[in-house]
Ligand binder design. Structure first.
Ligand code: ADP
Ligand code: 5GP
Length: 211
């Protein structure tokens, strides 16, 4: 996707970021079920698969060696290290996403703030949403409650959360995930409102303006 391309598309791309444990995956899964035109961008990761996660649907789970080979071949549009694991969006995925945007589909990407910033710089026209926990105490409770991380990993994720939250300043929207259904409704509302912006509908109103 080039800078020029990403500004003149019928579809919309949304990037969602949140400190680990906030509930982003829970929110995205529900919103994706409600919005059939909205597709999820599947990233590559070296992180082990969590219970319930599916290869090719939640992530492409690959070894660190395979990931580094891909980095060496310049196959990532962006990649970052998080909590000792590697995460990245492949250039091939980005090309496929451009094609889908041109066909009128909308795309949602789950990226940390650094990946989000890279996309904001390289592909103008996206909508950037940051999800926050109601409090740091609640974040810790959710990380422990998820029960998939070691204590050491939970501590790493908590320590990082405060740094990540400082980045909210350049995002377009903030959602507090206090009550899950409300947060789901808010993300869906942001999507619907963005789709209704007149700039995005210019291609549809040309005919009326010509009257
Ligand atoms: P993330 O993708 O942001 O790391 P998850 O979606 O895996 O977070 O959620 C972390 C944990 O918090 C899970 O156990 C999930 O069920 C729980 N959770 C998510 N949203 C809420 C909420 N609004 N209230 C209480 N628990 C929640
Ligand atoms: P988790 O292990 O909880 O699924 O994800 C850890 C972090 O990696 C989250 O902040 C998530 O948004 C981020 N992440 C997931 N995929 C990508 C990606 O392709 N690129 C970047 N930069 N971050 C990603």
């Amino acid at each position: 996707m080039s800078k020029k391309d990403s500004q003149n598309l019928e579809g919309l791309y949304i990037v969602v970021s949140a400190p680990s444990g906030t509930g982003k995956t829970s929110i995205l899964r529900k919103v994706l079920k409600m919005c059939p035109n909205l597709l999820f961008s599947v990233s590559y990761t070296t992180r082990p698969r969590r219970p319930g996660e599916k290869d090719g649907k939640d992530y492409y789970f690959i070894s660190e060696e395979a990931f580094k080979d891909k980095v060496g071949r310049g196959e990532f549009a962006e990649w970052e290290e998080n909590y000792g694991y590697l995460y990245g969006t492949s250039s091939k995925t980005m090309k496929e996403l451009l094609h889908l945007l041109q066909k009128g589909f909308d795309i949602i990407l789950d990226l940390d703030w650094r990946g989000a910033k890279t996309l904001k710089k390289n592909y103008p026209g996206g909508v950037f949403v940051f999800i926050l926990p109601p409090s740091t105490g609640e974040l810790e409770k959710r990380l422990r409650g998820r029960g998939v991380e070691s204590k050491q990993n939970i501590d790493k994720r908590l320590a990082k959360a405060l740094d990540e939250i400082k980045e909210i300043i350049w995002y377009d929207y903030l959602i507090f995930n206090d009550h899950l259904e409300t947060a789901v409704d808010t993300l869906r509302s942001i999507y619907v409102a963005e789709k209704s912006k007149k700039e995005r509908l210019a291609y549809k109103i040309k005919e009326f303006l010509a009257l």
